[in-house]
Design a protein around this ligand. Structure first.
Ligand code: ZN
Length: 250
């Protein structure tokens, strides 16, 4: 798979992505890739319009303003958090900074603390560079990068854009990535004095929705972020340790 990835990158003339050593792209190239995805996503907006006002928008921006300075200490890229008007319970993070939150997910959070726990998790996928790490393994992403190549050469923007979006949407994080995103998300959560119990309480809500007919609205988010009892227990344990003063940040 790495060969395909590198071949695609060569097509992209992104030789400095660092394929020689089998490494990750440079920060600049990662940002460029994310910005390209963001442009295509916002041109298509497959799930609903982006909104820039209203209570959900205000809440997300308020929480983001607190968490993002912490994230920049770990990985300094141009973060943006945009709100998509859609009943889907979904959120996703794109390499190099862009994050999209759907109003369906925002409404499922009962407090800024819970919202901060989800946002912290999504931010951590960027700070820990999970997408670019997964991309190295993904055939779909290799194809998407070929589409991006065509796009950069002036191909059919809308058509090729579908390839890149599909490539991103097919990316699934590993269990290890999810655990790490929870660990760093928790660090950001308590780093800004949000309630440590909020992550576990939100996870419980997600799990209840899964069993209780969250249905298609949740499917996409859960397929990229599987909810397990283990994750919930780990979140509870972190909160208990934090209250006891025995929590150690990653
Ligand atoms: Zn995740």
């Amino acid at each position: 798979m790495r060969r395909f990835w590198c071949a695609s990158l060569a097509l992209l003339a992104l030789a400095s992505f660092g394929c020689k050593g089998g490494g990750l792209p440079s920060k600049e190239k990662e940002i460029e890739l994310g910005q390209q995805f963001a442009r295509e996503y916002e041109q298509k907006l497959p799930d609903g319009p982006i909104i820039t006002r209203g209570p959900e928008y205000e809440r997300v921006q308020r929480v983001a303003a607190k968490l993002l300075p912490l994230a920049r200490k770990d990985w300094d890229v141009p973060y943006t958090v945009k709100v998509v008007q859609s009943d889907q319970i979904n959120a996703f993070a794109v390499p190099g900074g862009p994050i999209y939150f759907y109003t369906g997910l925002i409404r499922l959070t009962d407090s800024d603390d819970e919202l901060a726990s989800v946002l912290g998790h999504e931010i951590s996928h960027i700070t820990k560079r999970h997408s670019v790490k997964q991309m190295k393994k993904s055939q779909d992403m290799a194809l998407a990068l070929t589409a991006l190549d065509a796009l950069l050469k002036g191909g059919n923007t809308l058509k090729e854009g579908v390839g890149l979006i599909a490539g991103f949407k097919s990316l699934e994080f590993s269990r290890g990535d999810e655990t790490q995103a929870d660990e760093f998300g928790f660090k950001y959560l308590v780093g800004m004095n949000y309630k440590p119990e909020a992550m576990a309480s939100f996870f419980n809500k997600m799990q209840a929705k899964t069993g209780g007919g969250g249905g298609g609205k949740l499917e996409q988010f859960l397929s990229s972020h599987p909810m397990t009892s283990k994750r919930i227990e780990a979140a509870l344990r972190r909160a208990v340790n934090y209250r006891k003063g025995t929590y150690k940040a990653p």
